[in-house]
Design a protein around this ligand. Sequence first.
Ligand SMILES: [Zn+2]
Ligand SMILES: [Zn+2]
Length: 250
Amino acid sequence: MYSFQCDFFPDFNKANLMSYYDTLTNFLTALSRNGQIVNNHWNIVFNEAFFRLYCTAIDRDSLEPKYFNKCCHQYFSRLSKISKKRPEYRLNGEAFGLTCACSCADPSHYILFTTHVAEFPPVTCGDCHRPVPMYKLPKLDGDEDYFSLFQWEAEYQAFDSLFMLGDVGARLGYRQTAEADSRLTLKGINLCQQMTEKTGKPFYYFLRKYYTPPKSDCPLCGGNWVLDHKIHGLYAYKCDRCHLLSEKSS
Ligand SMILES: [Zn+2]
Ligand SMILES: [Zn+2]
C-alpha cells in the first residue's frame, strides 16, 4: 500500500465550498468502489485555496486515469468543470506495515479472501498471496464496479468480527465463515464461479476452520483434499475440483 496526497483547486466563481466538496467526495467514492483508493482510508483538509486529500492506494499507479471506470470519468469531468486547474498528486511513500500488491505477470489462480481487520481488497493472488488491485480484474455481469465482491467482503468482515469478539454473535459469525452450506459461503462460492468464468482462471473460496479441523474429504464433492504441505503457511486443505481451500488451526 502507498500513501498519497492530492490537491484539488476549486473555482469559486463556478461552485461554492460545499458543492465543490460534494463533487469531490462523489469522485472519491467512485475511485474507492473501483478499487483505486482504499475505502475509509482518506481524509480531506481545506487550505483556503485548495482541498488536500490524504489517501491510501494499493499500488504506485493506482490513481492513474487509465484505470478509471465510467463513473470515475463522469465525476472527474464534473470536478474538472468547477476547478481552476488539474489536481496535483504526490506519492508520499510506502505505507509502513501494510501489504503490497501482487505484481505477478499472469497469476495462475486467485483466492477470494479477507479477514475482520483486512486493509487490502478481497481478491488474493494464489501464487504470491498478495492482494490483487480490483481495477485489474473483470467486472461481474450487472456490476458497474466491484459492488458484489465488496458486498461479500463487508458481510464476511461483519461475521468475522462477531466471531472474533467472542460473545453474543460468536456462534453466528463462526457458522457463516466456517460451514460449507452457510449463506455467506454459498454466496462466496457463487462469486468465485462467476469470476472463474470471467477471468478463465480458477477462483478458490477459503473456508475457515478455527476450532474443528476439516474432515479428510471435501465437504462439497467428498474427494480427498488433504495437502502434504501447507500452502502460504495457511492452507492445509485444497479441492481443485470445487475450488475450495481450508486451514488447520494448529
Ligand atoms: Zn501474485
Ligand atoms: Zn471438492
